[in-house]
Design a protein around this ligand. Sequence first.
Ligand code: FE2
Length: 375
Amino acid sequence: MTTSAPANQAAMTKDTFPINGTDYVELYVGNARQAAIFYQSAMGFQPLAYAGLSTGLRDRESYVVVQDKIRLVLTSPLKPGTEIGRLHDKHGDTVRAVALWVDDAAAAFRTAVERGAEPFFEPKREEDDHGHTMRAAIKTYGDTIHVFVERKDYEGPFLPGFVAWEPEYRPESVGLKYIDHMVGNVEEGKMNFWVNWYQEVMGFHQLVSFDDKDISTKYTALMSKVMSNGNGRIKFPINEPAPGLKKSQIDEYLEFHDGPGIQHIAVATDNIIETVTALRSRGIEFLRVPTTYYDELLDRVGEIDEEVAPLRELGILVDRDDEGYLLQIFTKPVQVRPTVFFEIIQRKGATSFGKGNFKALFEAIEREQELRGTL
Ligand code: FE2
């Protein structure tokens, strides 16, 4: 493992691209109404807002769900021939937009474009009875976009054009708090291009770099670099496939997603045992590592606050770095294509991403890939 551009170097220089946090993540899905019920019933989100036929839209419908600081927008087309439909046909259910909360959307857009970003839409003011927002957007890898959202003058449920969505059904939260990181998969040879892009365009710095010797199994290998913004609230690891004996999980993603995009959304909890117990009972399926993983667990990571038995029972993984440890687990893909999945993570001091688990994890993924006929 090599460390480059240490975090304190970034902290000493002025943040040239201030971002307050993730604002929302928009997914294009086959059936937004049903997806919204899935995110509520299985993953503990609450209904928040709606835009569609009954608010005057004719071409699409969006449902917004929320859990603590995490907002997901689920969007489907209402007729053939739309851009949303075209992208959904190409990618399957996919993350279209990673929206970032900023104080000045026009300034963020201007800065990004001056530094080489390709515009997606120019700054626009949107308003309704609850106030106004400013939004602008740029393109990143694949068909993914970053939307800059300025909402200090807005008091409505989500964004202008959306109305409160208040169905009777309100299942309990599972304790998900905020988005910890979002990982992108890009084509072989493109990782460094996007690393430089986030550095140059958005003032991000690199946290840690792995090489393919760090992340490889008998069959597959990948390379990954983690980009983070000035205040550390946004973390975007970027993966590319490395040549292996067989098709890596990144290759499989790129094939089924038909190009680069967001691979997983990592969401944080304060109590991973409770959260995963609830998710499992509500139908979420997780990747499992062999139970032998737990035989050497404490030798590998040292003392931890949790009992090993429930971790073993639930399949929760543990890793340690210089600053502490973390607990994590990965869902199976949440749509028919083997593309987007979620990670549940609880940090106890550790600021890394679970490198010590990658080998056990990738072997678990390979067993799933074999079942899918990819390997
Ligand atoms: Fe992750």
